[in-house]
Design a protein around this ligand. Structure first.
Ligand SMILES: [Zn+2]
Length: 390
């Protein structure tokens, strides 16, 4: 789960549907009296003026449109078959799951890895729901952190992991540590980080069972920085700020923890979610990948963060093409998939996708070569999945 892009976008979508986007409930939706409706529409008008006047316009309401007469590339379908290594159980009903499969067919997603973040009956239920499409979806389970501060935690968590594997889990994820301790969905271990010796038995068991782990450490750099006029990602940063959190390990410290964990468990495969949140310092991520052969990185939900630096990002893709895997983490819409393809495949410049990504920056395509696209879209993931023991 990625807060900056996915949650907010889905929230906005919901808010639009519910008529809340303008900041006020629409009168008719709530059956209020005519007087109230009049007052509401007056407040609405005031809000609109505030949001459009250059004197009072807020950064979060800024919706620039490109002035440039330059090529616009529509990528309806990915150039090569795709394995999406980072998604979640967004579709809840059989009909929604079928619709998702149709969307995947249309845009070229061969298979989606669903990071359920759950164990026990919650995992089993998700597994059952998606069982109709075993070729199209793979379920990965979470960890059960209950009793993490008591003796016996490691063996108990390892046992539940084995049970989930029996029930159909093929990997583990998404496991989070944003600096205050490990989390798997609602199951939390405050203060226990991935390199904690208490986790040794659990990571080793993943390796033994051939289950890769999708591990999310830290969050984008702007969330740790001062919330002021110099903050480059201010709109997203302010909403998901971490600068005011107590007892938090910073981004760099979390990357060190990720490396120590990968180094201690060489027989276990780790996939660092979202470029390990080093999308702002890809050179460091390159060094981390070089030092840790059992570590990969997914590119999920960091399209807007890398598209402002297309030449540097494309060079990074070229250098580490064998270690990066495609992911989305942003719902099931066809339009969502197509934006990611446009960024990876095209050489389009200076375009905006504010509703999707919530940043005001303009984006640019990387124009990745066919060979790199094939690796990132498909081959790296296929190799990683095939290397598992059954
Ligand atoms: Zn996610």
């Amino acid at each position: 789960m990625n807060r900056p892009s996915m949650n907010r976008r889905l929230f906005l979508k919901w808010a639009n549907l519910a008529g809340l986007a303008a900041g006020l409930p629409s009168a008719s939706a709530f059956g209020v009296a005519a007087e109230d409706a009049k007052a509401a529409s007056h407040a609405d008008a005031q809000a609109t003026t505030k949001a459009t006047s250059p004197e009072t316009l807020l950064l979060k309401d800024y919706r620039p449109q490109s002035i440039y007469k330059i090529p616009i590339t529509e990528v309806a379908k990915a150039k090569f078959p795709v394995i999406d290594m980072h998604s979640h159980p967004y579709a809840k009903t059989a009909a929604e799951i079928d619709e998702w499969v149709r969307n995947m067919d249309e845009v070229g997603i061969e298979k989606t890895i669903i990071l359920t973040m759950s164990t026990g009956t919650a995992f089993d239920e998700i597994q059952r729901k998606y069982a109709k499409h075993p070729e199209r979806f793979e379920m990965w389970c979470g960890f059960d952190f209950s009793g993490y501060d008591k003796p016996g935690f490691g063996p108990a968590a390892a046992k539940e992991l084995e049970r989930c594997k029996q029930a159909g889990a093929r990997g583990v994820g998404e496991i989070h540590d944003k600096g205050q301790g490990l989390r798997s969905g609602k199951s939390k271990a405050p203060g226990m980080h991935p390199d904690d010796p208490r986790m040794d038995a659990v990571w080793d068991k993943c390796g033994e069972l051939g289950m890769p782990i999708s591990l999310h450490v830290a969050d984008p750099i702007w969330m740790y920085q001062k919330m002021d006029r110099h903050n480059d990602g201010l709109m997203n940063a302010y909403e998901w700020r971490l600068d005011n959190q107590p007892n938090i390990i910073g981004l760099s410290g979390m990357v060190d923890i990720l490396e120590r964990t990968a180094a201690r468990h060489r027989n276990t495969t780790f996939i660092a979610c979202h470029f390990a949140n080093l999308d702002y310092d890809l050179a460091r991520l390159g060094e981390v990948l070089e030092r840790n052969p059992n570590l990969h990185a997914d590119i999920a939900a960091r399209y807007a963060e890398t598209a402002p630096i297309p030449r540097f990002a494309a060079a990074f893709y070229e250098k580490h093409a064998d270690r990066l895997v495609y992911g989305t983490d942003m719902g099931t819409d066809k339009a969502m998939y197509r934006i990611t393809f446009r960024i990876l495949e095209s050489l389009d410049e200076h375009f905006y996708e504010i509703d999707q990504f919530s940043y005001h920056w303009s984006l640019n395509g990387f124009g990745l070569s066919d060979a790199i696209l094939q690796q990132v879209y498909h081959d790296n993931a296929a190799r990683l999945l095939a290397a598992r023991k059954l």
